[in-house]
Structure formats: structure tokens, C-alpha cells
Design a protein around this ligand. Structure first.
Ligand code: SAM
Length: 424
């Protein structure tokens, strides 16, 4: 979602005659698109802002913009302590960036728009400067109605707003016409999508029917909104890829309850079983938080055992980070940093080993790879329908093509392959 927001900002600026440069030192305008999910990201942002402030002292014509979740969260406070900033926008005001930049230029003062009630879908589709040559991100919904105790997102992005299916389909048709073979539908809880009597399975069916689309993905799914209809859509719709990112966060019922995730360990495992019953080859990835307030070693072991029993294709593990305005902030952040790190290492170690074993078992098999990256002269890479990365020998002209590949090697994070056939 952040990547897509940056693509929108880049496109809006390009439409005003700006062009992308490689480093801030070459830029007339630097826009920092911020993330507030963990403290680490906000610290990195503050450091970047200090560096840019220093750069601006030597080059006063440099303009600095800040947007995204930290801007929304810290608002006027950020404005007051960051005089180097020229443009400050919240999560719903990206469209106004060029206009605010002109305003800042003409007044010599910071131009601010933090109106969270503005229309978040008002950036014209055609403007987005897609960063990936093959995959276009398309927003299905914004915001989040959940109340997870640890998560700042509902405060920064506001409640759920669903985009009309007709608008989503029109954008997909447009990006496919521009040559993007793959679409990824975006939403904080994308599978909770509901608009004018249509649910997420209906939306997938509508988008799947767009002529010329090769692959359809979506992220992020919430376990409580995985239905049998969604499992059937994954099974039956030809372009929908068999891959779901399904954050579990913890394997302990006590922790899940305190997190207010809305499901138990058993219910999560039932959801996984439902998906695998309909789509046996479905790939699942997940997010896990370690060191949540009060998490005991035994509760962490329950997370490890859940991760072991599901066998995720990918796992993103995070140390719990207290965030402003969340209900978990009232709880004592009592797991020591060192212990959080130990738990992360245990999980990551297990996951890396599992991924290597799983990938090694794929050697000798064939799969379809949509080529999306040029790795170097004569080397390209792409992804299988299950979102697994495969590196190949092949010319640049394979970019955007689906090739049938024989898997010849495996590491824990990617596969090696040999082209057996150009599919299309
Ligand atoms: N709605 C999205 C979802 O469910 O995936 C939220 C995305 S959030 C940006 C990605 C992940 O960050 C979450 O799934 C969670 O594991 C992690 N996260 C969120 N808040 C956190 C916190 N306070 N501390 C540590 N990790 C956190």
C-alpha cells in the first residue's frame, strides 16, 4: 500500500513535469512517504528528515514533503518541530501535493493538508507511475474497521472505505490495456471488501473476467474474513493466484484474545484447512509479533508450534513495538528487548530451514514464471503463481512473459530455474 501511494505521488509530480532522480542530492523535491506501524520506521523517517534538513541548509531551494501515516498521526506537532518541511499531507490528501508545493513556493510557508475525511480515492488512475513493469497495484479499499490492540493503522488511515467495484474493474482494464499482466488488489483487510451487495469473492470474479489479465493477487487478508466463497473463488477463478498472506500474529489464545484479533488458534487452523481443502497447492504467508505484552516463553512456543504445523511459505516476524493511541499501550511492554530478539531469531531460524527444505522439494518440478525483473546481463527473475521467486538465464525480452520453467536449484528465499518453454 505504501509502495502504491509512492507510485501515486510520483505520477502526480511527473504529470507536472517532474522527473525521478536517483538520489536526494539531485532532487528539487524530496517526498518522504512514512510508515507508523513500528517505532523503528518512524525513527528512520526522523533521521532522514534531519539529513534532508542539513542538505537544505546548503541548498535552500530544496523542497521537502512529508506524507503518510506518521504525518497523519503527528500532524501539527510534526509541523511545529520540522521547519525544513514545505509540504505536509495526511493519508487522504496525496492528490493535493503538487498544488501544495506550488503554494509553499509562492508563500514561502509550509503548506499543510491533514484532512482525514477527504476522498482517498481521488488520485486519477491514469496518473499512477507503476514502479514494477509487470505488476500494477490497484486499491480496493482504504482504512480498517478492526480494533487490534497493537495496531496504529485505524488511527492513521481511518475506518474502512470500499471502492465501488465498477471503478476497480475500470482501473484493472486500463492497466491491462497498458500492458501490465498482473494486478494486485490492495486493502488493509482486503477480503472484508463489501460494496453495494458485492463481497470480495464477487469482486474477484469481476476482475478475473477482465480480458487480457494474466494474474490476479490481493493483500492483506484477515483470517476472520476467509469464507468458503473465497476458498471457492481461489479454486475456480483461473487468474486468481493460489497465494494468501494471512497474518496470524500469535499462536496463543491468551495473546490473540488480548490482541483482539477475533479468532482463536483453532479457528485460524480451521481457516488454513478450509483453504487447503479447496486449493491443496495454496501457498500461505503470515505475520507474527513476538514479545507482545505479557507473552510468556510458553506462549511464544505456541506461536512456534503453530508456525511449524502450518508450514508457511513466507513469514514476517516483528518485535512488538508500543504505538501511540493503541489499546495495548496501556499494557506493560514487559518482554525484554534481548528476549524479543531471541524469539525472533528462533522463529526466523526455523522458518529459513523450513523454506529451504520446502524449496528443495520443488527441484525437478515445472512451474510457470511471470518474468518481472532483469537481474543482470542474460539473467532475469520472476514469480510462480504461489509468489515464489525464480532466477533464470534468459534475455531481457522475457520481461512480462510467462515462461514454463524447470526448477533446478533451491535456496531458502528463492529458486533457480531453466526455461523449458515460452507459455505466452
Ligand atoms: N491490516 C494489515 C494486516 O493485517 O496485514 C496491517 C498491516 S501491518 C502494516 C503489517 C504487520 O505489522 C502486522 O500484520 C503486524 O504483524 C505488524 N505490526 C503491526 N503493529 C505492530 C506493532 N505495534 N508492533 C509490532 N508489529 C506490528
Amino acid at each position: 500500500m505504501n509502495v502504491n501511494d509512492s507510485e501515486k505521488v510520483a505520477g502526480l509530480l511527473e504529470a507536472r513535469g517532474f522527473e525521478a532522480v536517483a538520489t536526494p542530492a539531485e532532487a528539487d523535491f524530496v517526498f518522504l512517504n512514512t510508515c507508523a506501524v513500528r517505532e523503528k520506521a518512524t525513527v528512520k523517517f526522523q533521521q532522514s528528515l534531519v539529513r534532508l534538513g542539513r542538505m537544505k541548509r546548503g541548498r535552500p531551494e530544496l523542497r521537502i514533503g512529508v506524507g503518510g501515516c506518521v504525518a497523519q498521526l503527528e500532524g501539527e506537532g510534526l509541523a511545529a518541530r520540522s521547519p525544513q518541511v514545505d509540504v505536509l499531507v495526511g493519508t487522504h490528501n496525496l492528490r493535493r501535493i503538487p498544488e501544495l508545493l506550488e503554494l509553499a513556493e509562492s508563500t514561502g510557508r509550509m503548506a499543510v493538508d491533514l484532512d482525514r475525511h477527504a476522498d482517498a480515492f481521488d488520485v486519477p488512475d491514469a496518473v499512477t507511475a507503476h514502479a514494477n513493469p509487470v505488476r500494477a497495484y490497484v486499491t480496493a479499499m482504504e482504512g480498517c474497521n478492526l480494533v487490534c490492540s497493537f495496531c496504529v493503522v485505524p488511527r492513521t488511515r481511518g475506518p474502512e472505505v470500499n471502492r465501488p467495484a465498477e471503478d476497480i474493474v475500470a482501473e484493472v482494464e486500463a492497466v491491462v490495456a497498458q500492458g501490465y499482466g498482473e494486478v494486485m488488489l490492495l486493502g488493509q483487510t482486503v477480503n472484508a471488501y463489501r460494496s453495494r451487495g458485492r463481497d470480495f469473492a464477487d469482486l474477484l470474479a469481476l476482475v478475473d473476467a477482465v480480458a487480457g489479465l494474466r494474474r490476479l493477487r490481493f493483500t492483506t487478508s484477515h483470517p476472520s474474513h476467509v469464507t468458503e466463497r473465497l476458498a471457492r473463488a481461489l479454486r475456480d477463478l483461473e487468474r486468481v493466484c493460489p497465494y494468501l498472506h494471512l497474518p496470524v500474529q500469535s499462536g496463543s489464545d491468551r495473546v490473540l484474545g488480548s490482541m483482539r484479533r477475533g479468532y482463536t488458534r483453532a479457528q485460524y487452523l480451521e481457516t488454513v484447512a478450509l483453504l487447503r481443502e479447496h486449493v491443496p497447492h495454496v501457498a500461505l504467508s503470515s505475520d507474527v509479533i513476538v514479545g507482545y505484552p505479557g507473552e510468556t516463553p510458553a506462549e511464544f512456543d505456541e506461536t512456534l508450534s503453530l508456525v511449524e504445523s502450518v508450514g508457511f511459505d513466507g513469514l514476517f516476524s516483528f518485535s512488538y513495538s508500543p504505538r501511540p493511541g493503541t489499546t495495548a499501550l496501556r499494557l506493560d511492554d514487559d518482554v525484554a528487548e534481548q528476549e524479543k530478539r531471541r524469539r525472533l531469531n528462533v522463529l526466523n531460524g526455523h522458518q529459513q530451514q523450513w523454506q529451504r527444505r520446502r524449496n528443495e522439494a520443488l527441484v525437478g518440478r515445472a512451474d510457470d514464471v511471470l518474468v518481472e525483473t532483469i537481474d543482470g546481463p542474460g539473467r532475469v527473475s520472476g514469480r510462480t503463481p504461489q509468489f515464489r521467486i525464480v532466477h533464470l538465464d534468459g534475455p531481457e525480452s522475457l520481461l512480462g512473459q510467462v515462461v514454463n520453467v524447470e526448477i533446478t536449484g533451491a535456496g531458502s528465499n528463492s529458486l533457480q530455474g531453466r526455461v523449458s518453454q515460452l507459455t505466452h
